[in-house]
Design a protein around this ligand. Structure first.
Ligand code: SF4
Ligand code: SF4
Length: 245
């Protein structure tokens, strides 16, 4: 998110909050039933947070990645320096998570997703899935990597003052691409369905050095009533049909 909000139009509203925030991440203890973070290379992290906590059973190992994190940990009372045995237990948690946070297994290399999608624009899967899509936008709204928003001006009767409001938006919702003159660039559900998967696997990666914009949390899978939102099922189908491993 930092990279995305920094480029194109630097987002001062985002950074005014981001800079005063301290992010404490925690390695997964209780996996969700649809997680596939292992497949996406996101089962643990060494970046994006100030402090990483890992539950090793009777205690936590805490590691700071930033000055902000160091300062926070310096204030922690009652903590002791991690010993080799603690670090070994943390390594085992990481290894277990890399292996087991994988309820849905991606059958092609995650690094290949942009190229895979580059060949799949006209694949029939988009129409097939869109046929049962409610366009409810739930898959967008629960997603930690969906960040699109709308900005609306509410003008007062004096026509000189008013309020500018920003709110979450989602590319699966009808009207997301509507502009002046009633033009709408992705009116068809199939176009919106494809766009969401292309954002995750191709368009956003092109902006952030090839990193895939899906962490495999599985939230969209659980939120989708017709059960069509699972990115892994779509990518696997494309990989099978296009003969890519
Ligand atoms: S699994 Fe779904 S909700 Fe989670 S990051 Fe990927 S697309 Fe978003
Ligand atoms: S894919 Fe599922 S969650 Fe997403 S808009 Fe369609 S019905 Fe809603």
């Amino acid at each position: 998110m930092d990279e995305l909000f920094r480029q194109d139009n630097y987002d001062g509203h985002y950074f005014s909050r981001r800079e005063i925030a301290t992010i404490i991440a925690c390695d997964v203890v209780t996996p969700s039933k649809n997680v596939f973070a292992s497949s996406m290379g996101a089962a643990t992290t060494r970046e994006g947070c100030d402090v990483l906590l890992t539950d090793i059973g009777d205690s936590y190992v805490a590691e700071a990645f930033t000055d902000k994190g160091e300062k926070l940990l310096a204030k922690a009372t009652g903590s002791t320096k991690a010993e080799n045995g603690d670090l070994e237990m943390r390594r085992q948690v990481w290894e277990r998570n890399k292996r087991e946070l994988n309820r849905h297994e991606l059958r092609c290399s995650v690094a290949y997703l942009p190229k895979l999608l580059g060949r799949a624009y006209d694949h029939p899967v988009w129409e097939e899935k869109a046929a049962t899509c409610f366009a409810c936008g739930s898959c967008n709204q629960v997603c930690p990597t969906c960040y699109c928003f709308n900005v609306q001006d509410d003008v007062n009767w004096d026509l000189a003052t008013g309020r500018r409001e920003r709110s979450w938006d989602g590319c699966m919702l009808d009207g997301f691409t509507k502009v002046a003159g009633e033009h709408e660039f992705r009116k068809e559900k199939a176009d919106r369905f494809r766009h969401r998967l292309y954002r995750k696997g191709k368009y956003v990666p092109a902006k952030i050095g090839g990193r895939i914009a899906c962490v495999g949390c599985g939230r969209c899978v659980g939120a989708c009533l017709p059960d069509i939102a699972n990115p892994v099922k779509i990518y696997n189908r494309l990989a099978d049909d296009l003969g890519i491993k």
